[in-house]
Design a protein around this ligand. Structure first.
Ligand code: XMP
Length: 309
């Protein structure tokens, strides 16, 4: 076992050895715990030679951009530029951040900070001799290996030996607000992995945002958010017949799920109260146009993964 304070001091030493006084470092903040804790740690080590970019890739949740920018600026004092890349999200790669910095500040960064965690490393490519059983690539969209091949930046990955609960502990020591640390994980590729099928069809992203917001807000109102590892909705490319008033409808099906987990490596479905489910399904069908059916995912991991894509 190791103490989180020791990990922090050790990582700050490592970063200060790697990054010489003239070097600049960039970090893409996703709004999640991992990149935020990684950036806060690097900021502690090298101060304002760290430059963070928050990219609104058009695949964020409802009001996400406003919510996270406020935390970065007001609570963490991180130097963050917000880039609106909604139009070009599919083409945007990490080296776009480097260009942004070069253009705006006239400085060429040498390093890129990534909030890679240990489970990302072992699920993508298990280090030899770890005795882990995940010997193949389970998911292709994890952060590891997702960088452009021609990237000249060296990587700083200060969390790559940590599990999520250890990152939360580290975040607490770095005074990242508790309300932020307890946020459910959200995948880097955003809502794209939660729209099964074409993301540009049938108003899928907006519909999903509305469903997700109602679902998550209901979970918070019920006081169960902290008991759940992760909860979210999935937009299915499937329509089914329904009836509203005296009209037949032919609308989309959405699924939602909530899971409990220690580290995201395995999970179990969260057992909601029946009244909670009745209430949330009614709210969704009454308030979200284009949805007439809600399914609940009760599969554990394995055999499923938590995300559907
Ligand atoms: P899966 O779906 O593989 O996910 O069971 C395990 C945990 O990792 C999150 N996840 C991701 N996080 N980039 C991320 O930063 C990704 O591409 C990604 N894919 C999955 C997932 O939400 C769950 O908490």
């Amino acid at each position: 076992g190791w103490k989180t304070e020791d990990v922090m001091d050790e990582e700050i030493k490592v970063i200060n050895n790697m990054v010489v006084p003239d070097d600049h470092v960039i970090c893409a903040l996703s709004g999640g715990i991992d990149s935020t804790v990684a950036a806060t740690l690097v900021h502690k080590a090298i101060g304002d030679r760290l430059h963070c970019v928050f990219v609104d890739n058009g695949l964020l949740r409802y009001k996400e951009r406003e919510r996270v920018m406020e935390t970065f600026e007001r609570d963490l004092h991180l130097p963050v530029t917000c880039v609106d890349a909604t139009e070009q999200f599919l083409k945007l790669e990490n080296n776009a951040f480097a260009k942004e910095l070069e253009n705006n500040l006239g400085k060429k960064p040498a390093f890129l900070v990534q909030g890679t965690l240990y489970p990302d490393v072992i699920e993508s490519c298990p280090p030899p001799g770890t005795g882990r059983t995940h010997s193949h690539t389970i998911k292709s969209h994890h952060n590891v290996g997702a960088l452009p091949k021609d990237m000249k930046l060296k990587l700083i990955e200060p969390l790559k030996l940590l599990f999520k609960d250890e990152v939360r502990q580290l975040g607490r020591i770095l005074t990242v607000p508790y309300s932020f640390l307890k946020r459910h994980p959200f995948p880097g590729p955003g809502l794209a992995v939660r729209v099964l099928g074409d993301v540009t069809e049938d108003n899928a992203l907006d519909t999903l945002r509305r469903v997700d917001e109602i679902f998550i807000q209901s979970i918070k109102d019920a006081g169960i958010y902290d008991s759940i590892w992760q909860a979210f909705a999935v937009f299915l490319p499937v329509k089914s017949v329904g009836v509203q008033g005296d009209q037949r409808t032919h609308s989309h099906v959405v699924a939602f799920l909530a899971v409990t987990s220690q580290d995201g490596m395995t999970s179990d479905w969260y057992h909601f109260e029946r009244e909670f489910l009745d209430d949330v399904v009614q709210k969704i069908c009454n308030n979200v146009r284009g949805v007439n059916r809600v399914a609940l995912d009760i599969t554990s991991k394995p055999p499923s993964t938590i995300e559907w894509e």
